[in-house]
Design a protein around this ligand. Structure first.
Ligand SMILES: [Zn+2]
Length: 417
């Protein structure tokens, strides 16, 4: 992915997250909120036919309010589908529509269309419930890691992938290691030696299987997880059976009772904390660098005004935005032609504004309002700035939001702003 594509996809993910967050806040008083997932190869005429069918079946709904609400939602979706040609855009599209509760027995009609999600939509889904179906989209937006998985004991082994949140078993092997019981006539010493040899051979076979699968992808991978009972997993790792680059990528070894395919799932469960930690690694490194620059360097900037100025100069290498930032920017031009920007809470009404340079007051209606993250990312995009969204699930990430207003940057060069 080029830097520009990465940037676009960051921005698109942010747009999606915003819509999903909004949709998740809605409730229907009845089973009346419609969600439709359409894969890119689905003919839209088929979708329209499906919606028409649902519309006619909805006439059987007993509650008049729910019936009307469902039919209105379906009509609204059909209207939206008219804007498209034969097929949905790349990766498909998702349509949401329904009468949401706004309190006091009142409802409000909401219709949203999300085009081209980050991953292809796999299958057509029609869903009508008291809330919108957002989980499949949320899964696509989750941070994507790629981890190699190995589970083994002395009898069998499985290797596979963890891609995002999905476990993918790939290969398995079973061993010819003899049990602990020796046959009559064999010397105890000879039996023990043969057994160790067989174990060693099996570990080599498992390592070969893992190397074949992981080594070609090692630069894309985020780590390797190894699971099994003791002492097998320890012997396997201590014996350096894996390719040395993979060996260096091992994030941990975990106790797992089963070593069949289900063991791969158990391994991911057991590694939950390590995976969560890893997900925040980049965020943590960036924030460490920010604090280092803040105290001992001159490449840190923070707060809306300062960061915005630096962005405009093209001086920002990385724009750091708190994932929990919910602000809008209002752009004003006063009667003397001064352009000014004011940062306000997303849920606040647009305030009046006094020009900080000449004191002229500007009417609230004269301000142009925009989401603050959109505004800043847009500025950065034109100047090759990378945007990093920082989680608030660790101390320095929380500080970005509470102490620095959720907006900061690492500079390419010192600007003195
Ligand atoms: Zn002015």
């Amino acid at each position: 992915m080029s830097e520009q594509e990465q940037e676009q996809s960051d921005k698109q993910k942010y747009e999606f997250r915003k819509v999903i967050e909004e949709l998740k806040g809605y409730q229907g008083s009845g089973t009346q909120l419609v969600s439709i997932y359409v894969p890119e190869d689905k003919l839209l005429s088929d979708v329209v036919a499906h919606v028409t069918q649902e519309h006619s079946e909805a006439s059987n709904i007993k509650s008049k309010d729910t019936r009307t609400a469902v039919q209105d939602a379906l009509t609204s979706i059909k209207d939206r589908l008219r804007y498209y040609e034969t097929h949905p855009p790349e990766n498909g599209m998702v349509l949401f529509s329904g009468a949401i509760d706004t309190g006091g027995g009142r409802t409000d009609m909401v219709t949203k269309v999300l085009e081209s999600p980050p991953d292809p939509i796999e299958s057509f889904r029609y869903h009508c419930d008291s809330d919108f179906l957002t989980e499949p989209l949320e899964e696509m937006l989750a941070d994507k890691g790629l981890f190699g998985l190995v589970v083994l004991d002395r009898r069998e082994a499985n290797v596979g992938w963890l891609k995002g949140k999905r476990v993918e078993p790939v290969k398995s092997a079973s061993s010819l290691v003899p049990g602990k019981q020796r046959k009559g006539g064999q010397s105890a010493q000879r039996f023990a030696r043969l057994r160790l040899e067989a174990i060693d051979n099996f570990y080599q076979e498992v390592a070969g299987m893992a190397n074949d699968l992981f080594v070609p992808e090692r630069h894309e991978m985020d780590g390797v997880l190894v699971g099994g009972p003791s002492p097998t997993k320890d012997e396997f790792l201590d014996g350096d059976y894996l390719h040395h680059e993979l060996q260096d990528m091992v994030l941990g070894k975990f106790d797992v009772a089963y070593t069949d395919e289900s063991g791969l799932y158990d391994l991911v469960d057991a590694a939950e904390d390590v995976l969560a930690e890893h997900e925040m690694l980049q965020d943590k490194q960036v924030m460490e660098e920010f604090f280092k620059q803040l105290h001992d360097g001159d490449l840190a900037t923070y707060g809306f005004d300062q960061t915005r100025k630096n962005l405009n100069m093209g001086a920002v290498e990385q724009l750091l935005i708190s994932e929990d930032l919910r602000k809008d920017v209002v752009a004003y031009t006063c009667e003397n032609g001064h352009d000014e920007y004011e940062l306000i809470n997303s849920n606040a009404t647009t305030p009046e504004h006094d020009c900080t340079r000449c004191g002229a007051s500007v009417d609230a209606e004269a301000g142009e309002r925009e989401d603050a993250i959109d505004h800043l990312m847009e500025l950065g995009e034109q100047r090759g700035t990378e945007t990093v969204f920082i989680s608030t699930d660790f101390e320095k990430g929380e500080q970005l939001l509470t102490a620095f207003g959720g907006i900061a940057g690492l500079l390419r060069y010192s600007t003195g702003v």
